[in-house]
Design a protein around this ligand. Structure first.
Ligand SMILES: N[C@@H](CCC(=O)N[C@@H](CSS)C(=O)NCC(=O)O)C(=O)O
Length: 295
């Protein structure tokens, strides 16, 4: 009756185990709608830490028609973000770093993108922006920064301004506190927020130089970032321990500084005792003129 079942050879056994393992890992990667389809009445995707309703990868967009890349510069641990309309190819670059200008422009060329705006979330103190040099290499490129930064640029932004690229746009939220000109850029569907140094993953920007002010930073984060939808992805300007992305829900729950009261937060920030960024004395003057100083 079971004559068709012959004993498995070792290679066949190994293959069977691999296939079984694959099925298990695939199942754990199912998104909320997938799980809903297969889980007969059990509730998923309802809490702040549940997975967003779409398959998620930190370096890929969750928005239809949006091309998205997260890139890293290792000396200053800075993230640069490239966003583009997949159809029109219009693109925006956030916080590009001088050291990685060739890498960034190569990718932009390879993807056939039309880079229209390079925006800095603030006047950085730890690295020099590539925005100024990039303008010399990309015809028509415009630089942008907050009007409160004190820095020169083609476009000066403030609360509510929009940076458009094709059918997408980023909306500016002023989030001062690390510097006066810190902005958070929020995608039109509020699925992504580029928080610069205002909010880092499980941390925040320091407040002990430039125009740093812990009270302003606390208010910025609570009023302008923590009010975004809980599944909104947080993409910071830096991470020093290899983390790439967080969510509003996660940071509201687990940020060790910003979950505290304002008084406790101010005390924490006034006692960080961090060493000064190594390049602060060349970065700030350079970034006040789009990174063109002495490059
Ligand atoms: N070691 C780095 C500087 C590290 C640093 O100070 N980072 C800033 C953001 S860049 S100005 C910061 O706000 N850090 C907050 C924190 O809690 O670490 C260098 O020498 O460049």
């Amino acid at each position: 009756m079971f004559a068709f079942l012959s004993p498995l050879k070792p290679t066949q056994q190994a293959l069977a185990v691999t296939l079984r393992l694959w099925r298990v890992t695939e199942a754990t990667r199912l998104t909320a709608p997938d799980l809903r389809r297969f889980s007969f009445g059990s509730r998923v995707g309802v809490g702040p830490l549940d997975v967003p309703s779409r398959r998620f990868c930190s370096r890929r967009a969750t928005t239809d028609g949006l091309l998205f890349r997260q890139m890293f510069e290792s000396e200053s641990s800075t993230y640069t973000y490239l966003l583009a309309d997949a159809e029109t190819k219009d693109a925006v670059l956030i916080d590009p770093v001088l050291e990685t200008i060739d890498r960034d422009l190569k990718l932009i060329n390879e993807l056939g993108l039309n880079l229209t705006v390079a925006v800095n979330t603030h006047c950085h103190a730890d690295h020099i922006t590539s925005t100024g040099l990039m303008k010399k290499r990309v015809v028509g490129l415009k630089s942008a920064i907050s009007k409160f930064s004190g820095a020169s640029a083609d476009i000066h932004l403030s609360e509510g301004d929009k940076i458009s690229f094709g059918k997408h746009y980023l909306t500016v939220r002023d989030t001062p506190g690390h510097t006066d000109g810190c902005m958070t850029l929020v995608s039109n569907d509020q699925r992504m927020a580029f928080t610069g140094d205002a909010l880092l993953i499980r941390g925040c920007g320091r407040t002990d130089f430039q125009q740093g002010c812990p009270k302003r930073l606390y208010e910025s984060v609570h009023q302008k970032i923590f009010t975004l939808p809980e599944h909104c992805l947080i993409y910071p300007a830096h991470d020093y321990t290899g983390r790439m992305v967080s969510t509003v829900g996660e940071e509201r729950m687990f940020n060790p500084r910003l979950t505290k009261s304002l008084e406790e937060f101010v005390k924490i920030m006034n006692n960080l005792n961090l060493p000064k960024p190594a390049k602060i004395d060349i970065s700030v003057p350079a970034n006040l003129v789009c990174g063109l100083h002495e490059v």
